[in-house]
Design a protein around this ligand. Structure first.
Ligand SMILES: C[S@@+](CC[C@H](N)C(=O)[O-])C[C@H]1O[C@@H](n2cnc3c(N)ncnc32)[C@H](O)[C@@H]1O
Length: 322
């Protein structure tokens, strides 16, 4: 796919209906020969819309007006290029805990959580956040992760977590303001509620930072899993990670994680982690598939804002023990 086509596709499939600003910006870049030529000088993995827009935001550039964005980006290309080379898209969305929670709460407690592709580890605190599933509220304090649930009863308890660890090629540090600023810059402009959620979750994590190990999800998983305490249910999980992993390595990861004891939760796009017999998704938007031990359970929206349980047992308890 050309760079122009990838920006046009981002506008149509990812930003439309979610971020009007990024939809406009992405379309404008897809038609801008000068910016496309500059992007063409970068390695392929450094050309993505999310990365470019996040870097310009981090540098204080405008992202609400395509003409101003263009002027800033071209005039400050040396600084933009330097940041593009050092940064990666590592959006850490604690809201995704809302779709993990029904499964986590239904497993035998207590839990030892091991997240691969953890970024700053904000999804490692599902027991410390509050949730609102329609009228049903669970937990106290901030952040409150809201999720519209269809086809299942919301969870009635929080999980008990006795160990939490993350593995990432480039772990971010929630106690470092520069890393939190980068996570903030990755949040799309109109999503103020996500910005507030990030700051609240970062405060929770910074008060008791997680064990984060720099490493690869295939090569370094067994050693980290071996550090989990006995007497707890080990849960290896990942959300929105495998699209960044080359296909043969995804396969190797899936084979490896199936060989580990206890449980595996995945929340990934069906294009990168395939499942047989999926029902039609509930809409046109991009959806992830939530699965337990390779068994698909629900469609989930990318920031954890909604989940549609597949027809079947109707509760995560049945899925967990079934
Ligand atoms: C989009 S972020 C998602 C972070 C988190 N899972 C969430 O849902 O908020 C993807 C993360 O996966 C990490 N990652 C990509 N490839 C990886 C690999 N081979 N091994 C470990 N981490 C990887 C990236 O560094 C990045 O932090």
């Amino acid at each position: 796919m050309t760079i122009a086509a990838s920006y046009a596709e981002f506008a149509a499939r990812e930003a439309r209906g979610v971020s009007p600003g990024y939809e406009r910006l992405s379309l404008a870049v897809s038609r801008d020969e000068e910016l496309l030529a500059l992007l063409g000088t970068l390695p392929p993995d450094k050309r993505q819309p999310n990365l470019l827009f996040g870097v310009v935001r981090l540098l204080g550039g405008p992202v609400d007006d395509p003409a101003a964005f263009r002027e800033f980006t071209a005039a400050n290309w040396a600084a933009v290029e330097a940041e593009l080379h050092t940064r990666a898209t590592q959006t850490n969305e604690p809201g995704r805990c809302a779709v993990l929670l029904p499964v986590l709460a239904a497993l035998p407690q207590p839990l030892a959580l091991l997240e691969v592709g953890a970024s700053a580890g904000l999804c490692l605190y599902p027991d410390r956040y509050a949730y609102r599933y329609g009228e049903h509220v669970l937990g106290v304090g901030e952040p409150v992760c809201e999720c519209a649930v269809t086809g299942m009863a919301p969870p009635s308890r929080l999980p008990e977590v006795v160990w939490r660890a993350g593995l990432d090629l480039n772990p971010l540090d929630v106690t470092d303001p520069a890393d939190v600023d980068w996570l903030d810059a990755l949040i799309w402009p109109e999503h103020e509620h996500r910005r507030a959620r990030l700051r609240a979750a970062a405060a929770v994590a910074a008060a008791d930072p997680p064990l984060l190990v720099r490493g690869d999800l295939v090569d370094d998983l067994p050693a980290l899993a071996a550090r989990a305490p006995a007497g707890a249910t080990l849960v290896v999980f990942h959300t929105s990670v495998l699209y960044q992993v080359p296909a043969p390595r995804r396969q190797a990861f899936a084979e490896q994680v199936r060989g580990l004891p206890d449980h595996w939760i995945s929340n990934e796009a069906p294009e990168v982690l395939a499942h047989d017999g999926l029902p039609e998704p509930p809409g046109e938007a991009l959806y992830n598939v939530l699965a337990l031990d390779g068994r698909p359970l629900a469609w989930t929206r990318s920031h954890g804002q909604a989940m549609t349980w597949f027809a079947g047992p109707g509760s995560a308890d049945a899925a967990a023990v079934g």
